[in-house]
Design a protein. Structure first.
Length: 173
């Protein structure tokens, strides 16, 4: 398949003028992200997202494969941002606000729910542009904030039901 490469940068700019002693101009590179994605064959898709937050080393933010299993079923396995709420799947450079809402950060931590997991979902086309879907996931529970860094050794489970006109093929991933 074709390899697609993408890049995002997250910059924060600040400028203020409160007199000669209080001038401040800052341009801060908060994060750089590179994505490598490929449709490996007609039923298998792979993705890797590398990230370098400011003052940190490069790391793998996400690495997963997605397999179309037929009859509307799709399996996703790897380390990825799980479908939990509206913001969890959004990478920092693409987030519509400068920082995470405080309740999300307190519950999931700065890294949010990005776990090694397996998700199985099914998408159904209902006609007239409407779709419905269901998915279930098993996570390894290593999240520092929500699962105490996996100290219990327990797995976490999640599920999602949805209906609407905007649900994309990736919506249950």
């Amino acid at each position: 398949g074709d390899l697609r490469v993408g890049a995002n940068m997250d910059l924060i700019a600040e400028a203020r003028d409160f007199g000669a002693d209080m001038n401040r101009q800052v341009l801060d590179l908060r994060e750089v992200e590179v994505s490598l994605e490929s449709q490996i064959n007609p039923w298998l898709y792979g993705m890797i997202f590398l990230t370098r937050p400011s003052d940190e080393d490069i790391s793998v933010e996400e690495a997963a494969v997605i397999a179309d299993l037929g009859r509307g079923f799709r399996l996703k396995a790897g380390k990825y941002r799980n479908e939990f709420g509206l913001l969890n799947t959004v990478h920092e450079p693409e987030r519509p606000q400068v920082s995470l809402p405080l309740p999300v950060e307190e519950f999931l931590g700065e890294e949010q729910l990005r776990e090694t997991a397996v998700t199985l979902g099914r998408l159904t086309d209902l006609g007239n542009g409407y779709r419905a879907g269901i998915s279930g996931a098993v996570f390894n529970s290593d999240n520092d904030a929500a699962f105490d860094a996996g100290q219990s050794g327990d797995k976490a489970f999640g599920g999602k039901l949805y209906f609407g006109r905007q649900a994309s093929d990736m919506a249950y991933q």
